[in-house]
Design a protein around this ligand. Structure first.
Ligand code: CMC
Length: 435
């Protein structure tokens, strides 16, 4: 029996064989090609059958070897490695290398990669001036999106996206410069002088220095907090075809340069349903205010007035493995920083939600954003920079997927079809005849 789908078009009685193909795992990723539906026509003039899938609920737009999610079982892997092992044993730059290159680096490769990234952390002085143009209360995500797009004008060679060496140079620059831009955005918002990168610190430690250094000659990051930030960055490095990655691939598919493509991806991430949710979770916990007000809030969520931010996921229909790691890691942070008083509200909210039929029947579990914000806040990060903290590591995933897309012979400019539902042809109405 061939692996195929037999389709009978009851409009015409015609019978079609549509081949079923597979990724490399037969029980995961069996598919038919959307283009094969085109030959199914109601009449000879017919355009052919389209598959209609708003929000891509069941459409694979690419083949990818970067990340793997099994949402029913709560599994996330980068390049085959379970997220739990990476969170325990790796650091962000090593994980970024894995995500970008496909393999864990050998010692010499890791040293070279760290050296490359470290030496591209500075931004052009004109970028600093550019950032000074923003209002003091500009949202850091708006600043990040605009500034990353502006990098495109500093590196015009980046348009040569088909040249692997040029492409790699921009990858290094983007991974290296995002923390600097993020920290400058924060320092600008609080009116403090910018702190230049310290090349003797690690990736996460240097970011903490650029954010929080004040009068000390050298900033020494707290070891626990530096490690925790590494883990947070690891957990956010890639998440296969999410909204921002799809934006990266779509914009990149027109052969736009990686800076404007990353800016587009970051813009998609900014939304409260995606990477902006961590900020909204914090605002929600503050609005709830105390444990005794949770039942009232849950009532409003169930009435459809509000969403429980940090809950639910398009793919995970089980506990998000990233949220589990963060929940377990939170006490380490609070040992250093003191407990975030919002934690009690979060834990009780989760307990109630996991027992309530509304959430259970819809398989709504805490996602990565539910606990990340509480940890970020305890570490001293202001709430509106949380989505930026998501963008810093996610750039490695965006760029890995962008490179994969450019090297995939099956990919072309992204261009979905539509089902037209507007007027049929009609004649122009002169102004004098319009009511
Ligand atoms: N609170 C209350 N109800 C919810 C929530 C929520 N957070 N999420 C989904 N639902 C309900 C939704 O109303 C719908 O109910 P019904 O069947 O009665 O209409 C049902 O659950 C299915 O939801 P959906 O909207 O069809 O699910 P989706 O796959 O389109 O949306 C989501 C996924 C993440 C956008 C959504 O769950 C959500 O808005 N969550 C809150 C925002 C959030 O935490 N986002 C971060 C996602 S994880 C980080 C990342 O990778 O971006």
């Amino acid at each position: 029996m061939p692996d195929s789908l037999t389709v009978i078009d009851n409009r015409t009685g015609e019978r079609f064989e549509l081949p079923i193909a597979y990724g490399i795992y037969p029980n995961y990723g069996a598919y038919i090609r959307g283009a094969d539906l085109k030959k199914i026509k109601g009449s000879p003039e017919d355009f052919g059958l389209l598959s209609y899938d708003p929000a891509f609920m069941n459409t694979a737009s690419c083949k990818s070897a970067v990340g793997f999610i099994d949402g029913d079982r709560g599994i996330l892997r980068y390049r085959g490695y379970p997220i739990e092992q990476l969170a325990e044993k790796s650091d962000y730059l090593e994980t970024a290398y894995l995500v970008l290159k496909g393999e864990l680096p050998a010692p010499s490769e890791l040293a070279a990669w760290k050296h490359e990234v470290t030496h591209h952390t500075f931004v052009h002085e004109s970028i600093k001036k550019f950032m000074e143009g923003f209002h003091y209360d500009a949202h850091p995500m708006g600043v990040l999106v605009s500034t990353v797009a502006a990098l495109s004008t500093f590196y015009p060679e980046a348009r040569d996206i088909l040249e692997p060496a040029t492409r790699w140079k921009q990858v290094v620059r983007l991974v290296a410069k995002l923390p600097t831009i993020a920290a400058f955005a924060y320092r600008h918002s609080v009116g403090m002088p910018y702190v230049y990168p310290d090349n003797d610190l690690g990736f996460a430690g240097n970011f903490l220095s650029m954010m929080f250094k004040t009068t000390q000659l050298r900033y020494t990051p707290n070891e626990t907090l530096e490690r925790v930030l590494n883990v947070l960055f690891i957990l956010h490095a890639d998440h296969e075809q999410n909204c921002s990655t799809s934006a990266m691939r779509a914009v990149g598919s027109s052969h736009a340069d990686p800076y404007v493509s990353v800016a587009a991806a970051a813009a998609a991430l900014y939304g409260p349903l995606h990477g902006g949710a961590n900020e909204q979770v914090l605002r929600m916990l503050v609005e709830i205010g105390s444990v005794d007000r949770i039942p009232e809030y849950i009532k409003r969520v169930k009435a459809g007035e509000l969403k429980l931010m940090g809950f639910g996921h398009r793919v995970y229909k089980n506990y998000d493995p990233r949220a589990r790691i963060l929940r377990e890691m939170a006490p380490q942070v609070f040992d250093v920083t003191g407990k975030n008083p919002l934690l009690d509200i979060a834990v009780e909210l989760e307990r109630i939600a996991l027992e309530d039929d509304y959430f259970v029947s819809r398989k709504l579990y805490p996602n990565v954003d539910f606990y990340s914000g509480i940890i970020y806040q305890a570490m001293g990060f202001p709430v509106d920079i949380f989505p930026v903290l998501f963008a810093i590591p996610r750039v490695s995933g965006w760029l890995a997927q962008w490179q994969e897309m450019l090297e995939d012979p099956e990919q072309k400019i992204a261009r979905p079809r539509q089902i037209y539902i507007g007027h049929d042809e009609r004649d122009y109405v002169p102004m004098s005849d319009r009511g």
